[in-house]
Structure formats: structure tokens, C-alpha cells
Write a protein that binds this ligand. Structure first.
Ligand SMILES: Nc1ncnc2c1ncn2[C@@H]1O[C@H](COP(=O)(O)OP(=O)(O)OP(=O)(O)O)[C@@H](O)[C@H]1O
Ligand SMILES: [Mg+2]
Length: 263
């Protein structure tokens, strides 16, 4: 049985894709069988792995064409870490609109993963910054949600708003979904504002905030520009170390072992 983890936020650019890619890689190098699914039509996961050109098969068929078996949609990672991906292959706005028009229910992805992805230990979903039907499908299919957050007052305001909306979505579409944690990203300890907001968040939200903080790390955009995860690019960087620590924190917090769903 798989544990499905979605990275979600209302605000864009908070580190969802970076975190999804690197958590997936951290689990994969830890020996887990991992599937990373790009649920964002921007297709950033594909760019994070340097995959260029048109992809005929991917998230579009996963959501709208059940006649194509899921294993045909999966690309195997070439770095030898045993990570599998399904890339977002929305090549135009009209393809995105077409999928949205056919996505009649928030349960479609969940049904598909339940039927065809049971062999994975972890399924990681990179969601788009919205609460539209694609994001609802990602949320409804998940056991755990990670909420990335930058230590900025606007981001904190947006998180508060999102938590209210999120509770409604959770009640309606997936009452079993649990918040794995709020993940502080792009943290610069030299900035007083980051230190202050970080303290306030731990004081008010306590254990809801992961102990692991993802630091602002120059190797992360460097790795992404080269089409790699920071873990395969610079294993000793502060960014890679933080994502490996996050993977261990999630395993410990939810007592996860291969083949077990979050309990
Ligand atoms: N810890 C970090 N240190 C430095 N740069 C980072 C870090 N995390 C992410 N970035 C950079 O910040 C930018 C936004 O990150 P990312 O694409 O992961 O955010 P996102 O939430 O997925 O955005 P979107 O909402 O558009 O999908 C990227 O250029 C990424 O390389
Ligand atoms: Mg993204």
C-alpha cells in the first residue's frame, strides 16, 4: 500500500515543485519505490529533470484516458535512483481546458492511483497553486499534505486564508487527509524578518511546523537549471541535507515503513 503526499499552497513560487522533486529523490535514495506525479499544467517537474521536447503520454492520459495503462505513462529516472515520474504533458491552454472540461469529479486521480499504483511506497504529487479541479484531484488522492511556506508576512497571511479553505476542501473531499506539516522554505537566517516570522510560527503552530527548515540555498536553482535535483547535484549542500532530513522526519512522524500507508 502506498502513502500519497501532496505539496499544496494557494500562493505560487513557495517551493512546492522543488520540495516535491527533492523529497521524492530523498525517499528514492533511501531505498523506497517512489512515483512523482506532476499535477501542475506548468510542467515544472519535467523541467526540473531537464526533459525537453514533447511528451505524448503523461498526466493528461492519467486523468482522462483510462484505456492507457499507467505503466505506459511512467518515465524511469536515468540517474539510477529508481525514481519514476509521470510528467505533465499539457502543451497548450486548450489541452488544459480540455482536461478540465472532462475532469468531472475530484475522485478521478484517486481511483486511478488506487487501481494501478499500489506497488509504490510513496506517491508524491506536485500540485498547482490553486483550488481548482486539478488541485482538488491531488488533494482527494492524498494521505498527507505538506504546506510549503516562505517566512514572509504576505505568505503567512495567505497560509491562514488557505488553511480555512483547506479545512472545507478536506471535509468535503477527503476527511482522512492529514496535514503532514508546514514546511518553511527559502529560509535565510541572516534576515531578521525570517528569524522573527519563524519564531512566531513555531510559537503559535508548534508541531504543525516541521522541525526541518529548508534554507535558502544557491545550489537549488543551480541544480534546477541543469535539470537535476539538488540531491543528485550536490549531496553535501545545505539544501540536499535539509531534504534528506525532511524525508526522515516524515518517516518518523508517521511511523512509515515500506508498504505501509500513513497511520
Ligand atoms: N530553498 C531554496 N533556495 C533557493 N531557491 C529556491 C529554494 N526553493 C525554491 N527555490 C527557487 O524558487 C523558485 C520557485 O520554486 P518552485 O518552482 O519550487 O515553487 P512552486 O511553489 O512550485 O511554484 P509554482 O506555484 O509556480 O508552481 C524556483 O526558481 C526555485 O529554484
Ligand atoms: Mg511548482
Amino acid at each position: 500500500m502506498s502513502t500519497t503526499i501532496v505539496f499544496s499552497s494557494e500562493k505560487g513560487g513557495v517551493g512546492k515543485t522543488t520540495s516535491a522533486v527533492n523529497l521524492a529523490m530523498a525517499f528514492a535514495i533511501g531505498g523506497y519505490k517512489v512515483l512523482l506525479v506532476d499535477m501542475d499544467p506548468q510542467g515544472s517537474v519535467r523541467f526540473s529533470f531537464g526533459v525537453k521536447g514533447h511528451k505524448e503520454l503523461g498526466t493528461r492520459q492519467l486523468l482522462t484516458d483510462h484505456s492507457v495503462p499507467m505503466k505506459k505513462l511512467v518515465t524511469h529516472d536515468e540517474s539510477g535512483q529508481g525514481l519514476d515520474y509521470i510528467f505533465a504533458n499539457f502543451d497548450s491552454l486548450s489541452q488544459e481546458r480540455d482536461v478540465l472540461a472532462r475532469l468531472s469529479s475530484p475522485e478521478i486521480l484517486k481511483k486511478r492511483l488506487d487501481m494501478e499504483a499500489g506497488d509504490y511506497d510513496f506517491i508524491i504529487l506536485d500540485s498547482q497553486a490553486s483550488t481548482g479541479m486539478l488541485a482538488l484531484n491531488a488533494i482527494a488522492a492524498s494521505d498527507l499534505v505538506v504546506l510549503p511556506l516562505q517566512c514572509e508576512s504576505l505568505a503567512v497571511k495567505s497560509l491562514k486564508r488557505y488553511l480555512v479553505a483547506f479545512k472545507e476542501i478536506q471535509l468535503k473531499h477527503n476527511p482522512d487527509l492529514r496535514i503532514a506539516g508546514i514546511l518553511l522554505t527559502m529560509y535565510d537566517r541572516n534576515l531578521e524578518v525570517h528569524r522573527r516570522i519563524c519564531r512566531q510560527l513555531y510559537d503559535t503552530l508548534h508541531d504543525s511546523v516541521f522541525k526541518t527548515i529548508i534554507p535558502d540555498c544557491k545550489e537549488i536553482p543551480e541544480a534546477s537549471a541543469l535539470g537535476q535535483s539538488v540531491i543528485t547535484y550536490r549531496l553535501n549542500s545545505i539544501g540536499a541535507t535539509a531534504y534528506i532530513r525532511l524525508s526522515k522526519e516524515i518517516l518518523d512522524r508517521f511511523k512509515l515503513r515500506p508498504g505501509m500507508a500513513a497511520s
